[in-house]
Design a binder for this molecule. Structure first.
Ligand code: HEM
Ligand code: HEM
Length: 186
């Protein structure tokens, strides 16, 4: 297995970064759209891909532990180094905490969780009105909902800042940060 070097990132780092990045951006967008406009048709897809991302997020963390973090591609100032490190931690933790809070919110709220049609947690219909559900634990569901909502908006801001940072390195500092994340040798 090839590890990252300063001049070139491994295929593992590139594949995990871009798979997780595309899934995260899609989940953040669908999450906001479906809850703002109550688009219930999207919910099962959001939940299924939200559960699937756990696999890639865990693989990514294992890979970070084995391989370490990529070294800085350019002449970063100390402030830039600190911001980049904090942002990378926020982003990587977000990929774990968002699926967990989403899962807890749906499961504890009584709505159930299905993974591409496979029942992981059954829903809990109200016997007096089967179109409604009874929460398994309303308090936990509420905490998880708050985490999922606030976490979601925090992550949208973090991703926006991360992309602005990547573009700043490419356009203003003209270093290899962004090109290296697309597989180039720098
Ligand atoms: C990385 C994974 C995930 C991300 C980034 C994500 C992101 C989001 C965001 C940004 C929202 C909108 C929150 C709001 O406006 O209040 C949302 C809503 C929602 N998410 Fe997720 N989500 C993820 C995983 C999951 C999982 C695994 C489940 C359940 C199994 C789930 C279930 C839901 C539900 C039911 C809503 C709608 C809540 C409502 O109607 O108020 N999400 N998600
Ligand atoms: C269009 C969107 C994106 C672009 C252009 C982009 C670009 C980059 C670049 C250039 C780096 C290398 C930074 C360095 O060498 O110091 C990087 C690293 C990283 N990015 Fe992104 N990124 C994007 C989306 C995301 C998203 C949505 C996440 C959320 C999980 C994310 C999480 C990370 C993390 C955790 C790192 C640290 C290295 C690693 O673990 O792979 N990125 N990104």
């Amino acid at each position: 297995m090839t590890f990252d070097t300063h001049s070139k990132l491994s295929h593992t780092t590139l594949a995990l970064h871009w798979i997780v990045a595309i899934m995260m951006i899609t989940l953040l967008t669908t999450g906001v759209v479906m809850s703002e406009f109550e688009l219930f048709a999207i919910y099962p897809w959001h939940k299924s891909f939200g559960v699937l991302i756990i696999l890639f997020a865990v693989l990514r963390i294992v890979w970070r532990i084995k391989n370490g973090w990529p070294t800085h591609a350019g002449n970063y100032t100390n402030i830039e180094k600190t911001i980049a490190t904090v942002m990378h931690w926020v982003l990587i933790l977000g990929t774990v905490l968002m699926p967990i809070s989403g899962f807890m919110m749906s499961a504890m709220g009584g709505y159930g969780v299905h993974f591409f049609g496979i029942e992981l947690v059954a829903n809990n219909p109200d016997p007096s009105d089967p179109s409604k559900v009874i929460p398994l634990n309303a308090g936990l569901a509420q905490i998880a909902h708050a985490m999922h909502s606030w976490g979601g908006y925090l992550l949208i801001a973090a991703v926006a800042l991360h992309v602005v940072g990547a573009l700043k390195h490419h356009i203003i500092s003209k270093d290899g940060t962004l090109r290296r994340m697309f597989g180039a040798s720098i």
